[in-house]
Write a protein that binds this ligand. Structure first.
Ligand SMILES: *[C@@H]1O[C@H](CO)[C@@H](O)[C@H](O)[C@H]1NC(C)=O
Ligand SMILES: *[C@@H]1O[C@H](CO)[C@@H](O)[C@H](O)[C@H]1NC(C)=O
Ligand SMILES: *[C@@H]1O[C@H](CO)[C@@H](O)[C@H](O)[C@H]1NC(C)=O
Ligand SMILES: *[C@@H]1O[C@H](CO)[C@@H](O)[C@H](O)[C@H]1NC(C)=O
Ligand SMILES: *[C@@H]1O[C@H](CO)[C@@H](O)[C@H](O)[C@H]1NC(C)=O
Ligand SMILES: *[C@@H]1O[C@H](CO)[C@@H](O)[C@H](O)[C@H]1NC(C)=O
Ligand SMILES: *[C@@H]1O[C@H](CO)[C@@H](O)[C@H](O)[C@H]1NC(C)=O
Ligand SMILES: [Zn+2]
Length: 750
């Protein structure tokens, strides 16, 4: 680390070097820590700040044309597309990889207009009589003649001006022909290359989300502009073409003497453009029996398929689809599920409806080479993408401002699906470690952002792309997990069922989901202090989360917006003044009795609850299994009792809460709310701990200390302390693995 860590070595440190007791080391560490803290907070990872969301306000020079706005006018509504694409897997004379294509889109006129705006990005459109497109009327409608067409590059439109208006209710067809380049830019229709047996192979594939379907063919490229798609792909002999729907039998065609294959696909369901996919490759697959209810195929490079690397994905997909069918009480919406592993892919995976694309590491599992952690990643990613087949694809957010719901939901339920597929892995616990604690650190910044954004604030493609962050995915998941916990998983899924039923093939906003969950809550007779919407608004419309402080002497309980940097200034106003409706649970113990509380709601800044008084009990730990998205602080007495309990019999405290105590204490110390000594003391019991979650949490938090002290005199004593704590763990696993010869059975032990 940088130079600034050398400075200010205080007397305390000199003492430290000679000190040997654990507590002495800890205290000296915390003195150093306090010194360095303020300077280094800035270097903590903070969440991706959204830059200005102001709309494109150009200097006023008369009224703006509709083509200068990033959102489509609501004048036209697509019905179906008929698209033919021909990607070239060999470069042309100019050394470019290109694709050619044509598209007919039938659309209904909703309100009278003499303007057609349709997205088109980086496509060279053919001209017909001086225009970029041809228009005709369908079902007897007469099409107006074209007046003027041009490409509006900033807003990515093909603009078509007509001499006469289109008539509401009539259906028209716009025809375009185009050439595009197959770049290796991982966007839209793109090219991916890999080597097999020393031979370069070219694959063409797609990544449309969020706004790149327009880079493959002209389309009304907004999620609510759902339509039916008839796809045809032309591709070389020896390759296979895949798309969202099942293919008809490929036919041989000849173009300019070249022998090619033409593969057409069954029409898709009514769907959004961002979920389209098409791939041309020479991959092989393994699959289920074609007579099965749903045909499942796992596609990969021939070598990888031959090595059986798709087997785990195939098995797991079957299990997880079965899980969701029950969970949503709704059958899989399509006839087939193709999943394909690509060597060049920007995200982890993409939930294209019926043809999910993955990075190789997120779909393939190579027994004997990949670790169990790799296997866990495969299970989670598959589970995440399959969840979208209903939630997101069948029912879609109306606009990108609701992305958090789509992604937060899939992230949450991916752990339920993975848990079903691998019941011994404790995936429902691991969500805390994998998603929740990290995003709490980000959301504790004064520059975080609320989950939900106003529709008007998200307009440009860049603004849409910025929404794909940890807050959207992980905090979204944490908030839905909390909701599902306080209304029960069964009621949550009942709400999902009616929501999917009402809105299938349609689009929604998050309020539609709250409405259906409320219906399920009412039906189940669950009583909440406020409606689902009122409770949840506090968590989604304002950034951050509270720290709940419990005084076990008096029963006083308070909440406060938790900020890691106590000096930071929150300049984003909140209509709720950074107060939340907090579902609080706790375990209280006296003697051998453990008492788990019922749900208590903290509805104000402060309250007093006599049940929180320790009385005869030994200790109290709140936020059982970290179901609530908040941190907990206690009076000093209870902290002491918790530390004592951890040292004497830590198993009495649930494993997630053991991790939570460490994480809360370190976070509170960073925020200057608790003593750093206290935080470090929550690690003293680790010499008896052999569970993964508390250790991993401690490791993450102590890592920070390692970085802070990497170049100081404290580094040696710190290392000595950690070695002392880790040694019993090492010996435990040495024994468990019979001197490192046997792989342990338990997932987290591995
Ligand atoms: C799509 O267009 C092709 C010609 O471009 C035509 O042969 C085919 O019948 C069309 N399909 C549909 C469903 O309109
Ligand atoms: C599109 O047109 C531009 C300008 O004529 C040209 O430079 C570019 O190579 C064309 N792209 C393709 C893929 O043909
Ligand atoms: C298409 O052509 C290939 C190669 O010439 C041949 O092997 C295949 O049988 C043909 N398929 C059909 C359906 O004619
Ligand atoms: C599943 O959905 C059907 C049809 O909506 C309903 O009749 C049935 O009660 C649901 N089953 C469960 C377990 O909720
Ligand atoms: C979609 O939902 C809206 C209500 O949000 C409804 O008015 C509309 O009829 C639905 N469309 C379809 C195709 O079901
Ligand atoms: C932190 O705790 C240590 C040991 O219990 C104590 O000596 C020190 O004064 C405390 N510091 C603060 C700021 O409370
Ligand atoms: C592990 O090795 C040690 C010697 O290094 C031996 O004493 C012990 O019995 C071995 N344990 C097992 C389970 O093989
Ligand atoms: Zn997703």
């Amino acid at each position: 680390m940088g130079k600034r860590f050398y400075i200010s070595i205080s007397v305390a440190v000199t003492c430290l070097v000679v000190a040997t007791g654990v507590l002495a080391i800890i205290i000296a560490l915390s003195v150093m820590y306090a010194h360095e803290r303020s300077k280094n907070l800035q270097s903590l990872p903070t969440t991706a700040e959204r830059s200005s969301t102001s709309t494109a306000s150009t200097t006023p020079s008369g009224p703006k044309g509709p083509w200068e706005y990033y959102r489509l006018p609501q004048t036209l509504s697509p019905v179906h597309y008929n698209i033919t694409l021909w990607p070239r897997l060999k470069p042309n004379a100019d050394d470019l990889y290109i694709f050619t294509g044509n598209s007919r889109v039938a659309f209904r006129c909703v309100s009278q207009t003499d303007l057609i705006l349709i997205h088109s990005k980086k496509l060279n459109l053919s001209m017909f009589d001086g225009f970029h497109a041809k228009l005709k009327g369908l079902a007897g409608a007469a099409a107006p003649t074209l007046k003027k067409t041009w490409l509006e590059v900033p807003t990515q439109y093909l603009v078509v001006h007509l001499n006469d208006p289109l008539q509401p209710g009539s259906v028209y067809e716009l025809y375009t022909e185009f050439v595009g380049e197959l770049l290796d830019d991982l966007e839209g229709f793109y090219r991916s290359e890999y080597f097999e047996d020393g031979i370069k192979k070219v694959v063409t594939t797609t990544q449309m989300q969020p706004t790149d379907a327009r880079k493959a063919f002209p389309c009304f490229d907004e999620p609510a502009m759902k339509a039916i798609f008839h796809m045809t792909l032309i591709h070389p002999q020896g390759t296979v073409a895949l798309s969202n729907a099942m293919n008809y039998d490929p036919v041989n065609i000849s173009v300019n003497g070249e022998s090619l294959i033409q593969t057409s696909f069954e029409p898709t369901e009514i769907m959004s453009t961002y979920l389209l996919a098409f791939v041309v490759c020479d991959f092989a697959y393994i699959g289920t029996n074609p007579d099965a209810d749903v045909l499942i195929r796992i596609w990969a490079r021939r070598k990888a398929t031959e090595e059986g690397q798709g087997k785990y994905a195939l098995e797991t997909t079957g299990h997880i689809l079965g899980f969701y069918k029950n969970y949503y009480n709704s059958s899989y919406p399509l006839k087939k599920s193709d999943q394909i592993a690509l060597s060049d892919f920007s995200a982890g995976a993409m939930e294209n409806w019926g043809l999910i694309t993955y990075r190789e590491t997120a779909l393939l599992y190579n027994p004997g080479v990949s670790s169990n952690g790799d296997k866990e990643w495969v299970a989670i990613v598959i589970s995440h993408e399959l969840a979208h087949m209903w939630f997101g694809n069948l029912v879609t957010m109306r606009w990108w401002n609701d992305l958090w719901l789509n992604e937060g939901f899939a992230t949450y339920v991916s752990y339920l699906g993975a848990d079903y597929a691998e019941p011994s892995w404790n995936m429902k616990d691991l969500i805390v470690l994998n998603e929740i604690t990290d995003v709490m650190a980000m959301d504790a910044s004064a520059h975080s952002h609320p989950l939900s954004t106003k529709e008007e604030e998200i307009l440009k493609p860049e603004q849409i792309s910025q929404l794909f962050d940890a807050i959207t995915y992980s905090k979204g998941a944490a908030i839905l997990r909390m909701l599902s916990d306080f209304i029960t998983e069964t009621v949550f899924s009942k709400g999902l069922h009616t929501y999917l039923e009402e809105f299938k093939y349609n689009t929604t906003s998050y309020k539609d989901l709250w409405k259906h969950i409320q219906m399920a809550v009412d039906k189940a007779g669950i009583s909440l202090p406020h409606s689902v919407e009122v409770i949840m608004n506090r968590w989604i419309l304002q950034m951050g989360f509270p720290v709940v402080t419990i005084d076990t002497q008096t029963g006083k309980i308070t909440q406060k917006h938790f900020l890691l940097d106590p000096e930071s200034v929150v300049d984003r106003p909140s209509e709720f003044n950074y107060e939340w409706f907090v579902p609080v649970t706790w375990i209280k113990t006296g003697g051998s009795e453990q008492h788990q509380s019922t749900m208590y709601w903290l509805l104000n800044k402060e309250d007093t609850n006599p049940e929180l008084v320790l009385g005869d009990a030994d200790w109290l730990v709140a936020n059982i299994n970290m179901m609530g998205f908040y941190r907990v602080n206690y009076d000093e007495g209870n902290w002491e009792r918790l530390i004592a309990k951890l040292s004497s019999s830590h198993q009495d405290i649930p494993v997630i809460n053991r991790a939570q105590i460490i994480d809360d204490a370190f976070s509170l110390a960073k925020a200057n709310i608790a003593n750093t000594t206290l935080a470090l003391r929550t690690t003293t019991f680790l010499n008896k701990e052999v569970e993964y979650m508390p250790w991993q949490t401690a490791r993450k938090n102590l890592n920070y200390f390692f970085h802070m002290f990497g170049c100081s005199e404290v580094y040696g004593p710190l290392k000595a302390y950690i070695r002392k704590q880790v040694t019993p763990l090492f010996l435990y696993y040495k024994d468990l693995t019979l001197n490192w010869t046997k792989i342990p059975d338990k997932h987290t032990d591995q």
